[in-house]
Design a protein around this ligand. Structure first.
Ligand code: ADP
Ligand code: MG
Length: 259
């Protein structure tokens, strides 16, 4: 007998709402990511893209809805009278299963490149020095920076620093990687080297959510593209559907700015 196999999404966001001082940044977002998938999130500035990934990584508390990682509710636990917030310790444990890369790479200036990758991994995951270093050297090689292991961040270009930040986030082998406009702070000539690393990470099978304005990347690498506007997912589909057959006027207007 064969069994129909529907894989459970790694990430499931259900009716997520988030308000900042009365302003509704997320207005009922449904969003899911399957294992090995690359989901690209596009949309105008202020549409809630960063808020969405920040809520998933529990950098923001949520006002309504729920987020599940591998079927586990994030931030809350069920108990007799409904749900209650998890302890900070339990939240930290959940957050360790998610890797995040920001627009600003935020490397520690006084640590070497190698230390920037090993130390957070050791501190948050309790990994031994030898294992952390072995893993870091492998990842620095993957992002093309093994020769910079002993350098300090100031000696690296912005593109190289962002590649280190990607290695740092990958070190604990997170279940999912979230990238929030990873190339937006870079000089234009440094964007491609970072996108090349993102492609390489995607091809290695890592599950990723990438918020970006790099439409060529979205078209090439997005297994699914999600278009957000005004705190909602307005349209989502394959890159072909979103870029070649947009349905909503809002998506059409958004895309016309890139042509
Ligand atoms: P995007 O990443 O798509 O540009 P954001 O998620 O950063 O959009 O922001 C969505 C909306 O929420 C914006 O209007 C923004 O000004 C507002 N917002 C985001 N973070 C905060 C905050 N910490 N305090 C107040 N308003 C915020
Ligand atoms: Mg943003």
């Amino acid at each position: 007998m064969t069994t129909a196999h529907t894989p459970e999404p790694i990430l499931q966001v259900h009716q997520l709402t988030k308000t900042f001082a009365g302003f509704q940044a997320l207005n009922g977002v449904d969003f899911s990511v399957n294992e090995g998938e690359v989901v690209v999130v596009i949309g105008p500035s202020g549409s809630g893209k960063s808020t969405l990934v920040r809520c998933v990584h529990q950098l923001e508390t949520i006002d309504g809805g729920s987020v599940y990682l591998d079927g586990e509710l994030l931030g809350y636990e069920h108990h007799r009278s409904g749900v209650r917030p998890l302890t900070p310790r339990a939240v930290a444990a959940q957050r360790r299963r998610i890797g995040m890369v920001f627009q600003q790479f935020n490397l520690f200036p006084h640590w070497t490149i190698l230390e920037n990758v090993t130390r957070p991994h050791r501190m948050s995951h309790g990994v031994g020095a030898a294992e952390a270093e072995q893993r870091a050297r492998l990842l620095l090689k993957q992002v093309g920076l093994e020769h910079k292991a002993d350098a300090h961040p100031r000696e690296l270009s912005g593109g190289q620093q962002q590649r280190v930040a990607i290695a740092r986030a990958l070190a604990p082998a997170p279940r999912i990687m979230l990238f929030d406009e990873p190339t937006s702070a870079l000089d234009p000539e440094l964007v491609d080297e970072v996108l090349a690393v993102l492609r390489d990470v995607a091809r290695s099978g890592v599950t990723m959510v990438v918020v970006t304005h790099e439409m060529e990347f979205a078209r090439q690498m997005g297994d699914r593209v999600v278009f957000m506007d005004a705190g909602r997912v307005v349209e989502q589909g394959t890159a072909e559907q979103i870029f070649n057959h947009p349905k909503s006027d809002r998506l059409k207007a958004f895309l016309s700015r890139f042509r």
